[in-house]
Design a protein around this ligand. Structure first.
Ligand code: AMP
Ligand code: MG
Length: 359
Protein backbone atom coordinates (compact mmCIF):
# COMPACT_ATOMS: atom_id res chain seq x y z
CA UNK A 1 0.00 0.00 0.00
CA UNK A 2 2.68 2.41 1.12
CA UNK A 3 5.00 1.69 -1.76
CA UNK A 4 2.36 1.91 -4.40
CA UNK A 5 0.81 5.03 -3.05
CA UNK A 6 4.18 6.68 -2.71
CA UNK A 7 5.43 5.57 -6.09
CA UNK A 8 2.34 6.72 -7.91
CA UNK A 9 2.11 9.93 -6.01
CA UNK A 10 5.78 10.61 -6.70
CA UNK A 11 5.25 9.88 -10.34
CA UNK A 12 2.21 12.09 -10.23
CA UNK A 13 4.12 14.84 -8.55
CA UNK A 14 6.10 15.17 -11.71
CA UNK A 15 3.53 14.55 -14.38
CA UNK A 16 -0.07 14.05 -13.35
CA UNK A 17 -2.58 14.66 -10.58
CA UNK A 18 -2.75 12.77 -7.31
CA UNK A 19 -3.57 9.18 -6.82
CA UNK A 20 -4.98 6.98 -4.14
CA UNK A 21 -5.42 3.28 -3.90
CA UNK A 22 -8.40 0.94 -3.64
CA UNK A 23 -8.36 -2.34 -1.74
CA UNK A 24 -7.31 -2.55 1.90
CA UNK A 25 -6.81 -5.69 3.93
CA UNK A 26 -8.26 -5.50 7.44
CA UNK A 27 -5.56 -7.81 8.76
CA UNK A 28 -2.97 -5.07 8.36
CA UNK A 29 -5.20 -2.23 9.26
CA UNK A 30 -3.42 -0.79 12.25
CA UNK A 31 -0.03 -0.96 10.54
CA UNK A 32 -1.54 0.64 7.49
CA UNK A 33 -3.12 3.34 9.59
CA UNK A 34 0.22 4.21 11.11
CA UNK A 35 1.99 4.13 7.76
CA UNK A 36 -0.75 6.17 6.15
CA UNK A 37 -0.70 8.73 8.91
CA UNK A 38 3.04 9.09 8.50
CA UNK A 39 2.82 9.28 4.74
CA UNK A 40 0.11 11.88 4.87
CA UNK A 41 2.03 13.91 7.37
CA UNK A 42 4.95 13.99 4.97
CA UNK A 43 2.78 15.03 2.08
CA UNK A 44 0.68 17.56 3.90
CA UNK A 45 3.68 19.81 4.16
CA UNK A 46 4.39 19.62 0.41
CA UNK A 47 3.65 22.34 -2.05
CA UNK A 48 3.01 21.25 -5.63
CA UNK A 49 1.60 23.81 -8.02
CA UNK A 50 -1.79 24.75 -6.63
CA UNK A 51 -2.07 21.37 -5.00
CA UNK A 52 -1.04 22.08 -1.45
CA UNK A 53 -2.51 19.22 0.56
CA UNK A 54 -4.02 18.81 3.96
CA UNK A 55 -5.04 15.39 5.20
CA UNK A 56 -6.57 13.57 8.08
CA UNK A 57 -6.91 9.86 8.74
CA UNK A 58 -8.25 7.58 11.43
CA UNK A 59 -9.20 3.98 12.04
CA UNK A 60 -12.97 3.96 12.21
CA UNK A 61 -15.99 2.21 10.73
CA UNK A 62 -13.97 -1.02 10.73
CA UNK A 63 -11.46 0.44 8.31
CA UNK A 64 -8.96 3.20 7.64
CA UNK A 65 -10.51 6.49 6.65
CA UNK A 66 -8.64 9.31 4.98
CA UNK A 67 -9.73 12.70 3.68
CA UNK A 68 -7.33 14.90 1.72
CA UNK A 69 -8.04 18.47 0.69
CA UNK A 70 -6.12 19.96 -2.25
CA UNK A 71 -5.28 23.58 -2.94
CA UNK A 72 -5.29 24.61 0.69
CA UNK A 73 -7.66 23.71 3.46
CA UNK A 74 -8.95 24.20 6.92
CA UNK A 75 -7.97 21.83 9.72
CA UNK A 76 -11.35 22.44 11.38
CA UNK A 77 -13.13 21.15 8.28
CA UNK A 78 -11.04 17.96 8.39
CA UNK A 79 -11.83 17.56 12.08
CA UNK A 80 -15.48 17.92 11.11
CA UNK A 81 -15.05 14.98 8.70
CA UNK A 82 -13.76 12.76 11.49
CA UNK A 83 -16.64 13.86 13.72
CA UNK A 84 -19.12 12.95 10.95
CA UNK A 85 -17.56 9.49 10.55
CA UNK A 86 -17.85 8.98 14.29
CA UNK A 87 -21.50 10.07 14.18
CA UNK A 88 -22.31 7.63 11.39
CA UNK A 89 -20.35 4.78 12.95
CA UNK A 90 -22.59 5.23 15.99
CA UNK A 91 -25.62 4.87 13.76
CA UNK A 92 -24.66 2.18 11.24
CA UNK A 93 -22.25 -0.17 13.01
CA UNK A 94 -23.59 -3.71 13.43
CA UNK A 95 -21.02 -4.60 16.07
CA UNK A 96 -20.69 -1.47 18.26
CA UNK A 97 -22.89 -2.03 21.28
CA UNK A 98 -23.63 1.69 21.55
CA UNK A 99 -24.82 2.03 17.95
CA UNK A 100 -28.36 2.68 16.83
CA UNK A 101 -28.29 -0.32 14.49
CA UNK A 102 -27.21 -2.53 17.38
CA UNK A 103 -30.28 -1.39 19.34
CA UNK A 104 -32.54 -1.82 16.29
CA UNK A 105 -31.22 -5.35 15.70
CA UNK A 106 -31.84 -6.25 19.35
CA UNK A 107 -35.44 -5.03 19.04
CA UNK A 108 -36.02 -6.76 15.70
CA UNK A 109 -34.66 -9.92 17.19
CA UNK A 110 -37.14 -9.76 20.09
CA UNK A 111 -40.28 -8.30 18.56
CA UNK A 112 -39.70 -7.79 14.83
CA UNK A 113 -40.33 -4.06 15.27
CA UNK A 114 -38.12 -1.04 15.96
CA UNK A 115 -38.15 2.72 15.67
CA UNK A 116 -35.15 4.31 14.01
CA UNK A 117 -33.80 7.70 12.97
CA UNK A 118 -34.60 9.13 9.57
CA UNK A 119 -31.10 8.49 8.24
CA UNK A 120 -31.06 4.88 9.35
CA UNK A 121 -34.53 4.30 7.89
CA UNK A 122 -33.50 5.93 4.61
CA UNK A 123 -30.40 3.76 4.26
CA UNK A 124 -32.35 0.59 5.12
CA UNK A 125 -35.03 1.46 2.56
CA UNK A 126 -32.41 2.20 -0.11
CA UNK A 127 -30.72 -1.12 0.68
CA UNK A 128 -34.02 -2.99 0.41
CA UNK A 129 -34.50 -1.39 -3.02
CA UNK A 130 -31.10 -2.76 -4.11
CA UNK A 131 -32.29 -6.14 -2.83
CA UNK A 132 -35.17 -5.85 -5.33
CA UNK A 133 -32.91 -4.64 -8.13
CA UNK A 134 -30.50 -7.55 -7.61
CA UNK A 135 -33.16 -10.20 -7.07
CA UNK A 136 -31.77 -10.82 -3.58
CA UNK A 137 -28.05 -11.06 -4.39
CA UNK A 138 -27.71 -7.96 -2.22
CA UNK A 139 -29.47 -8.59 1.07
CA UNK A 140 -28.92 -6.58 4.26
CA UNK A 141 -30.66 -9.26 6.35
CA UNK A 142 -27.42 -11.21 5.80
CA UNK A 143 -26.55 -10.06 9.37
CA UNK A 144 -27.96 -13.30 10.82
CA UNK A 145 -25.31 -15.16 8.82
CA UNK A 146 -22.44 -12.63 8.67
CA UNK A 147 -22.44 -12.46 12.47
CA UNK A 148 -21.48 -16.18 12.50
CA UNK A 149 -18.34 -15.56 10.45
CA UNK A 150 -15.13 -13.90 11.63
CA UNK A 151 -12.89 -13.28 8.65
CA UNK A 152 -10.21 -11.44 10.59
CA UNK A 153 -9.80 -13.79 13.56
CA UNK A 154 -6.22 -14.80 14.37
CA UNK A 155 -7.32 -18.42 14.35
CA UNK A 156 -10.26 -18.48 11.95
CA UNK A 157 -12.85 -21.25 12.18
CA UNK A 158 -15.80 -22.26 10.04
CA UNK A 159 -19.22 -21.64 11.58
CA UNK A 160 -21.20 -24.85 12.15
CA UNK A 161 -23.15 -25.71 9.00
CA UNK A 162 -26.29 -26.20 11.10
CA UNK A 163 -25.97 -22.68 12.49
CA UNK A 164 -25.66 -21.28 8.96
CA UNK A 165 -28.74 -23.23 7.81
CA UNK A 166 -30.74 -22.03 10.84
CA UNK A 167 -29.65 -18.44 10.27
CA UNK A 168 -30.63 -18.59 6.59
CA UNK A 169 -34.25 -18.87 7.73
CA UNK A 170 -33.95 -15.26 8.91
CA UNK A 171 -32.38 -13.97 5.70
CA UNK A 172 -34.65 -12.21 3.27
CA UNK A 173 -34.86 -8.50 2.54
CA UNK A 174 -38.50 -9.19 1.55
CA UNK A 175 -39.27 -9.48 5.27
CA UNK A 176 -38.22 -5.88 5.89
CA UNK A 177 -40.44 -2.84 5.54
CA UNK A 178 -39.89 0.76 6.50
CA UNK A 179 -42.60 3.36 7.13
CA UNK A 180 -42.84 6.44 9.35
CA UNK A 181 -39.52 5.85 11.07
CA UNK A 182 -40.62 2.33 11.96
CA UNK A 183 -38.94 -0.82 10.75
CA UNK A 184 -40.76 -4.12 10.74
CA UNK A 185 -39.17 -7.45 9.96
CA UNK A 186 -39.41 -11.13 10.76
CA UNK A 187 -38.45 -11.81 14.39
CA UNK A 188 -34.75 -12.60 14.62
CA UNK A 189 -33.81 -10.46 11.62
CA UNK A 190 -30.35 -8.94 11.88
CA UNK A 191 -29.46 -6.10 9.55
CA UNK A 192 -25.91 -5.62 8.26
CA UNK A 193 -25.22 -2.40 6.38
CA UNK A 194 -21.53 -3.18 5.80
CA UNK A 195 -21.98 -3.30 2.03
CA UNK A 196 -23.57 0.13 1.64
CA UNK A 197 -22.91 2.35 4.69
CA UNK A 198 -19.41 3.50 3.74
CA UNK A 199 -20.73 4.77 0.42
CA UNK A 200 -23.53 6.64 2.18
CA UNK A 201 -21.07 8.20 4.63
CA UNK A 202 -18.74 9.20 1.77
CA UNK A 203 -21.66 11.01 0.10
CA UNK A 204 -22.46 12.87 3.35
CA UNK A 205 -18.79 13.83 3.76
CA UNK A 206 -18.78 15.21 0.24
CA UNK A 207 -21.93 17.28 0.96
CA UNK A 208 -20.26 18.57 4.10
CA UNK A 209 -17.01 19.48 2.31
CA UNK A 210 -18.86 21.29 -0.48
CA UNK A 211 -20.98 23.22 2.02
CA UNK A 212 -17.71 24.31 3.62
CA UNK A 213 -16.34 25.66 0.36
CA UNK A 214 -14.08 22.70 -0.54
CA UNK A 215 -13.78 22.12 -4.32
CA UNK A 216 -10.89 19.64 -4.53
CA UNK A 217 -10.68 16.61 -2.25
CA UNK A 218 -10.47 12.85 -2.06
CA UNK A 219 -12.51 10.95 0.51
CA UNK A 220 -11.20 7.41 1.00
CA UNK A 221 -13.11 5.19 3.38
CA UNK A 222 -11.10 1.99 3.23
CA UNK A 223 -11.11 1.79 -0.54
CA UNK A 224 -14.47 3.47 -0.95
CA UNK A 225 -13.23 6.52 -2.85
CA UNK A 226 -15.22 9.65 -3.63
CA UNK A 227 -13.71 12.68 -5.37
CA UNK A 228 -14.78 16.26 -4.84
CA UNK A 229 -13.97 17.85 -8.21
CA UNK A 230 -10.51 17.14 -9.62
CA UNK A 231 -7.23 18.36 -8.25
CA UNK A 232 -6.51 22.04 -7.80
CA UNK A 233 -4.43 22.15 -11.00
CA UNK A 234 -7.54 21.21 -12.98
CA UNK A 235 -6.38 17.61 -13.51
CA UNK A 236 -8.13 14.32 -12.86
CA UNK A 237 -7.42 12.28 -9.75
CA UNK A 238 -5.62 8.96 -10.27
CA UNK A 239 -7.03 5.89 -8.55
CA UNK A 240 -4.99 2.69 -8.46
CA UNK A 241 -6.92 -0.57 -8.63
CA UNK A 242 -5.17 -3.28 -6.70
CA UNK A 243 -4.28 -6.58 -8.31
CA UNK A 244 -6.37 -9.14 -6.36
CA UNK A 245 -4.50 -11.14 -3.72
CA UNK A 246 -1.24 -9.37 -4.64
CA UNK A 247 1.18 -7.65 -2.35
CA UNK A 248 0.35 -4.01 -1.81
CA UNK A 249 2.62 -2.67 -4.50
CA UNK A 250 0.92 -4.38 -7.43
CA UNK A 251 -1.82 -2.71 -9.37
CA UNK A 252 -3.93 -3.79 -12.33
CA UNK A 253 -5.12 -0.43 -13.58
CA UNK A 254 -5.13 3.28 -12.93
CA UNK A 255 -8.40 5.13 -13.33
CA UNK A 256 -8.48 8.88 -13.84
CA UNK A 257 -11.68 10.49 -12.61
CA UNK A 258 -13.03 13.69 -11.15
CA UNK A 259 -16.08 14.29 -9.01
CA UNK A 260 -17.00 10.60 -9.22
CA UNK A 261 -17.01 7.66 -6.85
CA UNK A 262 -14.89 4.54 -7.34
CA UNK A 263 -15.71 1.57 -5.13
CA UNK A 264 -14.14 -1.87 -5.29
CA UNK A 265 -15.41 -5.13 -3.82
CA UNK A 266 -13.11 -8.11 -3.88
CA UNK A 267 -12.67 -11.51 -2.34
CA UNK A 268 -9.14 -10.50 -1.23
CA UNK A 269 -10.30 -7.68 1.05
CA UNK A 270 -11.17 -9.89 4.04
CA UNK A 271 -10.59 -13.60 3.93
CA UNK A 272 -8.97 -16.58 5.53
CA UNK A 273 -7.69 -19.84 4.11
CA UNK A 274 -8.54 -23.14 5.77
CA UNK A 275 -7.57 -26.54 4.35
CA UNK A 276 -6.62 -24.85 1.10
CA UNK A 277 -10.03 -23.19 0.69
CA UNK A 278 -10.38 -19.39 0.64
CA UNK A 279 -13.32 -18.05 2.65
CA UNK A 280 -14.07 -14.37 1.96
CA UNK A 281 -16.49 -11.84 3.40
CA UNK A 282 -18.96 -11.41 0.53
CA UNK A 283 -21.70 -13.91 1.23
CA UNK A 284 -24.27 -15.56 -0.96
CA UNK A 285 -27.65 -14.95 0.74
CA UNK A 286 -28.90 -18.24 -0.74
CA UNK A 287 -26.22 -20.43 0.87
CA UNK A 288 -24.80 -18.42 3.77
CA UNK A 289 -21.29 -19.20 2.48
CA UNK A 290 -18.86 -16.93 0.61
CA UNK A 291 -20.25 -16.26 -2.86
CA UNK A 292 -18.68 -18.57 -5.45
CA UNK A 293 -18.08 -15.83 -7.97
CA UNK A 294 -16.18 -15.79 -11.25
CA UNK A 295 -15.16 -12.24 -10.32
CA UNK A 296 -12.06 -11.50 -8.25
CA UNK A 297 -12.76 -7.81 -8.00
CA UNK A 298 -15.28 -5.33 -9.32
CA UNK A 299 -14.95 -1.56 -9.35
CA UNK A 300 -18.00 0.62 -9.80
CA UNK A 301 -17.78 4.19 -11.08
CA UNK A 302 -20.81 6.30 -10.24
CA UNK A 303 -21.75 9.78 -9.14
CA UNK A 304 -23.16 8.56 -5.85
CA UNK A 305 -20.90 6.46 -3.66
CA UNK A 306 -23.78 4.81 -1.81
CA UNK A 307 -25.01 3.29 -5.07
CA UNK A 308 -21.46 2.35 -6.11
CA UNK A 309 -20.87 0.60 -2.79
CA UNK A 310 -24.12 -1.39 -2.96
CA UNK A 311 -23.53 -2.29 -6.62
CA UNK A 312 -19.96 -3.45 -6.13
CA UNK A 313 -21.09 -6.03 -3.57
CA UNK A 314 -24.11 -6.94 -5.70
CA UNK A 315 -22.02 -7.49 -8.85
CA UNK A 316 -19.59 -9.70 -7.00
CA UNK A 317 -22.42 -11.98 -5.83
CA UNK A 318 -24.19 -11.98 -9.22
CA UNK A 319 -21.12 -13.08 -11.17
CA UNK A 320 -19.82 -11.62 -14.41
CA UNK A 321 -22.64 -12.18 -16.92
CA UNK A 322 -25.50 -10.99 -14.73
CA UNK A 323 -23.40 -8.15 -13.30
CA UNK A 324 -22.55 -6.78 -16.76
CA UNK A 325 -26.25 -6.92 -17.74
CA UNK A 326 -27.27 -5.12 -14.56
CA UNK A 327 -24.68 -2.34 -14.90
CA UNK A 328 -25.42 -1.84 -18.60
CA UNK A 329 -29.12 -1.46 -17.80
CA UNK A 330 -28.35 1.52 -15.55
CA UNK A 331 -27.63 5.16 -16.44
CA UNK A 332 -24.37 6.82 -15.39
CA UNK A 333 -22.89 3.71 -13.77
CA UNK A 334 -19.84 1.86 -15.11
CA UNK A 335 -17.95 -1.20 -13.96
CA UNK A 336 -14.54 -2.76 -14.39
CA UNK A 337 -14.17 -6.41 -13.48
CA UNK A 338 -11.14 -8.60 -12.86
CA UNK A 339 -12.31 -12.13 -13.50
CA UNK A 340 -11.11 -15.38 -11.93
CA UNK A 341 -8.41 -15.75 -14.60
CA UNK A 342 -7.09 -12.22 -14.05
CA UNK A 343 -8.72 -10.86 -17.23
CA UNK A 344 -10.04 -7.31 -17.20
CA UNK A 345 -13.54 -6.73 -18.53
CA UNK A 346 -15.38 -3.42 -18.54
CA UNK A 347 -19.01 -2.52 -19.08
CA UNK A 348 -20.12 -0.57 -22.16
CA UNK A 349 -19.11 3.07 -21.90
CA UNK A 350 -16.55 2.50 -19.12
CA UNK A 351 -13.54 3.52 -21.17
CA UNK A 352 -15.34 6.60 -22.52
CA UNK A 353 -16.39 7.65 -19.02
CA UNK A 354 -13.06 6.98 -17.31
CA UNK A 355 -9.48 7.46 -18.51
CA UNK A 356 -7.97 4.08 -17.78
CA UNK A 357 -4.49 2.69 -18.20
CA UNK A 358 -3.74 -0.97 -17.58
CA UNK A 359 -0.58 -2.29 -15.97
P1 AMP B 1 -18.30 -4.77 0.46
O1 AMP B 1 -16.93 -4.84 1.02
O2 AMP B 1 -18.83 -3.37 0.25
O3 AMP B 1 -18.48 -5.60 -0.76
O4 AMP B 1 -19.29 -5.34 1.57
C1 AMP B 1 -19.07 -6.55 2.22
C2 AMP B 1 -19.75 -6.51 3.55
O5 AMP B 1 -21.17 -6.46 3.34
C3 AMP B 1 -19.52 -7.78 4.37
O6 AMP B 1 -18.43 -7.59 5.26
C4 AMP B 1 -20.85 -7.94 5.10
O7 AMP B 1 -20.89 -7.09 6.22
C5 AMP B 1 -21.86 -7.44 4.09
N1 AMP B 1 -22.34 -8.44 3.12
C6 AMP B 1 -21.77 -9.63 2.78
N2 AMP B 1 -22.47 -10.25 1.81
C7 AMP B 1 -23.52 -9.43 1.53
C8 AMP B 1 -24.61 -9.51 0.61
N3 AMP B 1 -24.77 -10.56 -0.22
N4 AMP B 1 -25.51 -8.49 0.60
C9 AMP B 1 -25.38 -7.41 1.42
N5 AMP B 1 -24.37 -7.30 2.30
C10 AMP B 1 -23.44 -8.28 2.35
MG1 MG C 1 -20.25 -2.59 -1.05
Amino acid sequence: MYNVQRRLCKMDTRTHGKCCFLGWNMKNIVTLALITAFFILMLSGCLKGNNREMSTSAVMMDTVINVTLYGGGDRNVLNGCIALCEKYDKIFSRTREDSELYRVNAELSQSGKAYASEELCTLIQNAVNIGDLSDGAFDITIGAVSSLWDFTATEPRLPADKNIKDALGKVSYLNVSVADNRITAKKGTMLDLGAIAKGYVADRLKDYLISNGVSHAIINLGGNVLCVGGNADGELFHIGIRKPFSQYDEISAILEIDDQSAVTSGAYERYFILDGITYHHILDPKTGYPAASDIQSVTIISKQSELGDALSTTCFVLGLDKAVKLIESMEGVYAMFIDDKGGIISSNGFEEAVNVSFR
